[in-house]
Design a binder for this molecule. Structure first.
Ligand code: AP5
Ligand code: ZN
Length: 214
């Protein structure tokens, strides 16, 4: 299965991605996670990406495209993949088409998670992430059993730097300008699967797998 997860910041892409990749046994490629991992390791790429991410802006296309291209050429992507947070501009979408055409591959579906702005802000502001294993929680909608401690590994949770209200509002604005046009792009290709992201985490997942099949 070759899938893309599209949707505004805080829509629940990462949350659904974890469940989808488990179900279909495919690699989860999140450009946001790749950048955050590079920031943590203090790489040159991380340093460059951080300056954009902290302002709620997109990292330049050429940087993102080359990373995804290299990742798709790795062996585990032969069985399929889930792209989460990529593409995010029309230029990235077109570049992905070229890479897949070179590999003689086609996308199966583009899952578009639709959520209204007020809900996005509430979801992002309340998000907490595990320092160690990256598991995502929400203080209200999906709290850990023990306050601020990861259920899976016992490490502390933290709030992402770009989850402050002002930065989220900027990220939503950037999404509307630069990423939303991709919905039309993939609708024209007959690939869009629209999902109502205002439902519970489990019902959204059910809607997705009911449409994708086994
Ligand atoms: P990225 O990491 O991709 O962030 P994003 O798209 O802004 O998405 P988020 O991670 O904020 O949200 P999500 O949709 O995954 O929601 P989640 O599941 O966590 O990108 C970060 C930055 O990196 C960008 O701003 C940019 O600078 C850069 N970047 C990345 N990719 C790039 C690219 N391709 N090009 C250029 N720059 C790029 O859920 C949110 C919260 O809600 C959680 O707490 C969760 O528990 C909760 N929740 C989830 N679903 C539900 C539900 N159904 N009901 C209630 N609560 C829910
Ligand atoms: Zn953890």
């Amino acid at each position: 299965m070759r899938l893309i997860l599209l949707g505004p910041p805080g829509a629940g892409k990462g949350t659904q991605a974890s469940a989808i990749v488990k179900k279909y046994d495919i690699p989860h490629i999140s450009t946001g996670d790749i950048f955050r991992d590079n920031i943590k390791r203090g790489t040159e790429l991380g340093l460059k990406a951080k300056s954009y991410m902290d302002q709620g802006l997109l990292v330049p296309d050429d940087l993102v495209i080359s990373i995804v291209k290299d990742r798709l050429l790795e062996g585990d992507c032969k069985k399929g993949f889930l792209l989460d947070g990529f593409p995010r501009t029309l230029a990235q979408g077109e570049a992905l088409d070229d890479v897949l055409a070179d590999m003689d591959l086609k996308l199966d579906k583009v899952i578009n998670i639709d959520v209204e702005k007020e809900v996005l802000i509430e979801r992002a502001v309340g998000r907490r992430v595990c320092k160690s294993c990256g598991s995502t929680y929400h203080v209200k909608f999906s709290p850990p059993k023990q306050e601020n401690i990861c259920d899976k590994c016992g490490e502390e949770l933290f709030q992402r730097d770009d989850d402050k209200k002002e930065t989220i509002e900027k990220r939503i604005e950037v999404y509307l300008e630069q990423t939303r046009p991709l919905i039309d792009y993939y609708t024209e290709k007959g690939l869009i699967l629209n999902v109502d992201g205002s439902k519970s985490i489990d019902s959204i997942f059910q809607d997705i797998i009911n449409s994708l099949g086994d």
